[in-house]
Design a protein around this ligand. Structure first.
Ligand code: B12
Ligand code: SF4
Length: 500
């Protein structure tokens, strides 16, 4: 079959934030389906249309190719179109795209996969697609192709929802890849990958960055977490050998010098993580310039001094560690299963390794966060700040993503209406600037905003606090002019520091 895979246009709160995504999941499907003998075309509507902007009614911006441009790139001999929907808030864009492709061709098979259809399959099945894929797409789509070609008998393959039977959508068992090493490396050759390298969304300035996924899934069950509809509770990993092979490909073919590890739980299996890091150190000894970061958050209780020392030697530049709350009760209600004494221990260790920029994720505005619990948290963050003053904090307002236990709880406790995500038009974008507000007995919106200020004032360096405030207050045009001046001043300071 000829399969056209589409990375859709994305939305951004500011035009200046618009950057391509490396769509590792979509490229992994492309690679596996190609290995099985199918012809593949990837249409990266975001990457190829990065300069194309449409202001939406909510003040956000849709960035990417228009639907007619996407359709014009679907090859005439394509049998199937696969649309990736990596975030729930892109559901409206995806349903619209499916409709336009359906109007263009009644005969082409349209399949939708990704986080949104895996989390809300019955809603996704109301689109004009033919099939929805729930869970991971590699085996599911190849099995579907075989089924449609008549090479496979019996019921629909695992993970596939027939959109004409939406009632069955919620009961479909997700498809997952049990042996990750059986997958070929993502087909980065099918997109202009070189042009994405210096445009990482998490920006280590000047680095040539590639995203890699070395394991999938997580056995923990944090109440707010939304990784399970796609990747599940069973943690599966590529072997260290496979990961280092993929890294070598990135070094040799794309001159990458920075890796963003996007795993849900990279360090769950300590020995494997150490083997990967050991491989990076060996490459550094051979003179290869390589560093890495973990922007997606690491579980604190998987870390210890030996591992952190290895982080430092293997070129770790930036790490996010997932504390979530400094209050024991809130942590318990999140089902985070984290001990605060362990947190103190790990933070003390990180303070010894200044080359690693360490950030702590903290969630606030969480259901059940009484004033006392909030204040307990603040006291704990101050303590951490005292132990490790260089460490920074990312304070995030609790977000009840669709399909999470937190969402179910918010509905049960009447903090949100049950129909909050029942139609695509209702699904708003989750971001620091566009919050889904849960208001209840412990706080309303104004109180959450006040708590945010308290947190920032309590532990951020004063300069960082005022930078954040300025970013909120100044219009984008002014910020765009100030940004180069700011970075020039920063470089000048670093240069002066180097020559002191
Ligand atoms: C890397 C990443 C990003 C990257 C880009 C990811 C991308 N896909 O392009 C960046 C940094 C840009 C990003 C940004 C954001 N992200 Co993000 N991100 C991730 C992360 C950590 C890993 C994604 C990944 O590579 N997974 C590994 C691959 C193998 O899985 P996959 O991409 O899901 O693909 C598989 C399946 O989904 C399926 N599939 C995918 N496409 C298709 C297509 C077809 C046809 C088929 C059949 C199957 C299929 O098969 C694939 C292979 O198995 C996930 C966490 C997670 N575990 O998913 C969060 C996640 C997807 N992000 C999330 C969110 C909320 C955001 C932000 C809103 C964060 C913010 N506050 O700003 C922004 C939105 C950006 C925007 N402009 O709209 C949420 C989404 C929740 C939801 N229900 O919408 C997640 C789940 C994390 C979370 N917080 O829970 N993100
Ligand atoms: S938040 Fe992290 S530790 Fe918790 S379930 Fe999700 S991936 Fe696992």
């Amino acid at each position: 079959m000829h399969l056209a895979l589409i990375n859709p246009p994305f939305t951004f709160t500011k035009i200046s934030n618009a950057k391509p995504s490396q769509c590792v999941g979509l490229l992994s499907i492309a690679s596996f389906a190609r290995q099985k003998g199918n012809k593949i075309t990837v249409i990266d509507a975001l990457g190829d249309g990065i300069g194309q902007t449409e202001e939406l009614t909510n003040g956000h911006f849709k960035i990417g190719l228009s639907n007619s441009q996407i359709i014009s790139r679907i090859p005439g001999d394509a049998d199937m179109v696969g649309i990736s929907v990596p975030f729930s808030h892109l559901s409206g864009i995806a349903h619209g795209l499916v409709k336009d492709i359906r109007d263009y061709s009644r005969s082409i098979t349209i399949v939708m996969g990704g986080v949104y259809p895996s989390t809300q399959p019955s809603l996704a099945a109301q689109s004009e697609a033919d099939f929805i894929v729930v869970g991971e797409g590699e085996i599911a789509i190849v099995s579907l192709i075989e089924y449609l070609e008549g090479n496979r008998q019996g019921p629909l393959p695992q993970g596939i929802v027939l959109c004409s039977q939406p009632a069955l959508a919620e009961s479909v068992k997700p498809c997952r890849v049990s042996n990750l090493d059986s997958l070929p490396f993502p087909a980065r050759d099918l997109v202009p990958f070189n042009s994405y390298l210096e445009l990482s969304q998490r920006s280590i300035r000047g680095a040539k960055t590639a995203s890699i996924v070395t394991s999938r899934g997580c056995p923990y069950d944090c109440e707010f977490c939304s990784v399970h509809p796609v990747a599940g509770y069973k943690w599966r990993a590529h072997s260290a050998e496979y990961v280092l092979g993929e890294i070598d490909e990135l070094l040799e073919q794309y001159n990458v010098n920075h890796l963003e590890i996007e795993d849900d739980n990279f360090t769950l299996e300590r020995d494997r993580a150490m083997e990967i890091l050991g491989g990076l150190i060996a490459r550094k000894h051979r003179g290869i310039d390589i560093s890495w970061s973990a922007p997606n958050g690491l579980r604190l209780d998987t870390l210890d001094e030996e591992l952190i020392e290895l982080f430092s030697r293997s070129g770790c530049k930036r790490i996010f560690i997932a504390l979530e709350s400094g209050d024991e009760e809130i942590l318990r209600s999140m089902n985070k299963k984290l001990n605060l004494n362990k947190v103190l221990e790990v933070v003390r260790i990180f303070d010894k390794y200044p080359a690693i920029e360490c950030n702590i994720f903290v969630i606030y505005g969480y259901p059940g966060e009484t004033k006392t619990r909030f204040n307990n948290g603040v006291a704990f963050y101050k303590k951490l700040h005292k132990i490790a003053p260089r460490m920074s904090f990312s304070f995030l307002i609790a977000q009840p993503y669709p399909g999470t236990k937190l969402f179910d709880r918010a509905v049960r406790e009447k903090l949100l209406p049950a129909n909050k995500y029942s139609a695509v038009e209702k699904i708003e974008r989750f971001s620091a600037l566009q919050t889904i507000w849960m208001e209840g007995p412990d706080f309303d919106r104004a109180e959450v905003l006040r708590r945010g200020k308290v947190l920032h004032k309590a532990v951020l360096k004063r300069s960082t606090y005022y930078r954040h405030r300025l970013r909120e207050l100044l219009p984008e045009e002014v910020l765009a002019r100030l940004r180069p001046v700011y970075h020039f001043a920063k470089r000048l300071r670093a240069f002066a520091g180097d020559n002191r």
